[in-house]
Design a protein around this ligand. Sequence first.
Ligand code: 1CP
Length: 328
Amino acid sequence: MRQAGRYLPEYRATRKRAGDFLTLCKTPELACEVTLQPLARYPLDAAIVFSDILTIPDAMGLGLSLVEGVGPRFANPIRTSADIFRLGIPDPDIDLSYVGNAIRLIKRELNNKVPLIGFCGSPWTVATYMIEGKSNHDFTLVKRMLYDQPKLFHQLLELLAESSLRYLLAQIEAGADTVMIFDTWGGVLSTPAYLEFSLRYLKQIVTDIDDVVPTIVFTKGGGQWLESIANTGCSAVGLDWTVDVAKAKNQIGDRVALQGNMDPAVLRSHPMTIVNEANAIVEAFGAHPGHVFNLGHGITPDIDPDNVAVLIDAVHSRSATILCNSSI
Ligand code: 1CP
């Protein structure tokens, strides 16, 4: 959802060859191929391993599939306490070995040209899919469990936090240079619920990774909790496009790096608009250290790959001018 994906014809060709999305994820040679595709096209500064945040529940036996035009679906969603008690912690070297194998291949191909980002979903975000059984942006069933059975829900989140930690450590062991945790749905929670059911587990994972590699935490819709997110001990905070970059820089920019934050919808607009929007973000950070330019969310299939080239060029040239002027 970040760099690769359906907007690139070469991705669509490889996916067709694989047959389906999960086979693509689970075949290290193909996962490596699609990870490198955006780098072959654009002068990007990092790569992200091709995988998905839903590999952990798949490894737990929930039966993931990607339904065309609908999105991810689980054959065996979590509905009862018995469903939760049945779950085990996947062994990343056995049940998710395809991710480590893909990372080792990618690292060899990258040959240290750019760093590789490993990732997982936040326990809360992954739990939303496991309980809803699919992408349901009303979060009906998962919120019912959160409010009616908080203790039970914590058991699931605890299991996911431990599974995510082991999974990320295995990705690091395989060669990931940094890891990112996607808390895509943290922003749909109330403040107390966010702190109790999402942030707490983000902090647990980040703390246990400690200083092994830098960690990036992204909560979509998390603008009002930036202080708390920075206090997890992460190295960088991902910002979505609703956050005022200059304010975020003043608030937490001396403690953590900031990643973000262009609205992916800008990529649907005129090239001049893309350049102006990119410049505004780069300028808002100015020569302040620790900015990683990124989109506030994933790229959708309808984006013209040429517009992505325009964006990357604008970011590189504006950043270079700012850094050059600041050193004069
Ligand atoms: O071919 C296809 O149709 C597959 C579409 C697709 C892709 C390309 C899915 C299904 N996942 C991915 C890859 C993916 N997803 C990556 C790898 C890196 C990359 O391709 O650049 C990453 C990092 C993700 C992360 C992800 N998956 C998130 C977090 C996104 C964010 O920015 O906050 C989420 C929420 C998912 C779940 C998921 N998997 C796939 C889809 C279409 C979705 C979203 C479903 C929804 O909207 O609820």
